[in-house]
Design a protein around this ligand. Structure first.
Ligand code: ADE
Length: 252
């Protein structure tokens, strides 16, 4: 998979060299490129924002640098540069269909495990990290005619920009790449894979600060342990995330 990230703070993406994405890059599963949006500005001040039409607080990211950046980045990703052609307007018209443009924003569709799984099957992800009040809507509207555009939210809270959200989405996606995680079973068992939260986990010592590991986990009875864990998952989900539970009783 190839991932391109465009941001006015490319240094924010430095953690992608570490940990899971870093390993995926080292193993060749992930080809990652981070770009500075200001490289596509044309004025002396490298301006990327302006006041909003219609008034209101804050600044909006200008469409021109985003347009030029994404023209280039979207078309480089999905296939090799060979066969790239150029339209009358001077725009690349190579096989852009394999690219998905992701714009992190609090007004996007929620990131779910199902969406992360879907994204992990894509050939090329391009992240457009906005700042300020967001990116001029015409950028998303324009690219929606050329590639799939997904405005994605991490949740019902507001970050200062899309970079941290892009990091989170990339980590959620990259760990699902085939051949990436050593233990595939641990992927199937985790929270959100089947609509329930994960059961509580324990390790040695069996007693710590007066707190004991639940007796059943020491019993060696795998059937009872599995039933207990399922029960814990249902309880937890009911308490913390009742919105995840289907209506009616939960089967065992
Ligand atoms: N940018 C700012 N806030 C965000 C959020 N909650 N999710 C995704 N991108 C964001």
């Amino acid at each position: 998979m190839r991932i391109d990230v465009v941001s006015i703070f490319p240094d924010y993406l430095a953690p992608l060299d570490l940990s899971l994405p870093g390993r995926a890059r080292a193993s060749g599963l992930l080809d990652l490129h981070v770009h500075d949006l200001r490289d596509w500005t044309r004025d002396r001040h490298r301006t990327v924002d302006d006041t909003p039409y219609g008034g209101g607080a804050g600044m909006v990211m200008k469409p021109e640098p985003w347009g030029e950046a994404l023209d280039e980045v979207v078309s480089t990703g999905s296939t090799s540069d060979e066969g790239r052609s150029t339209s009358d307007e001077g725009r690349s018209t190579s096989d852009e269909g394999g690219s998905t443009l992701i714009v992190p924003t609090p007004s996007g569709v929620p990131l779910t495990q199902a969406l992360a799984r879907d994204l992990s099957t894509r050939e090329h992800l391009v992240f457009a990290c906005g700042r300020y009040e967001g990116i001029d809507q015409r950028v998303m509207d324009h690219f929606a005619d050329r590639v799939e555009v997904l405005e994605v939210s991490l949740g019902d809270f507001v970050l200062n920009g899309g970079e941290v959200a892009a990091l989170a989405i990339i980590e959620a996606v990259v760990r699902l790449l085939p051949g990436f995680m050593g233990n595939a079973a641990s992927l199937d068992e985790e929270s959100h894979e089947d609509g329930l939260l994960e059961y509580p986990v324990y390790t040695k010592p069996a007693s710590w600060r007066g707190l004991d590991v639940p007796e059943i986990l020491l019993s060696g009875d795998h059937g009872r342990i599995a039933a207990w864990r399922h029960d814990q998952r249902v309880r937890r989900t009911r308490e913390r995330r009742p919105d995840l539970l289907p209506p009616g009783p939960i089967s065992d």
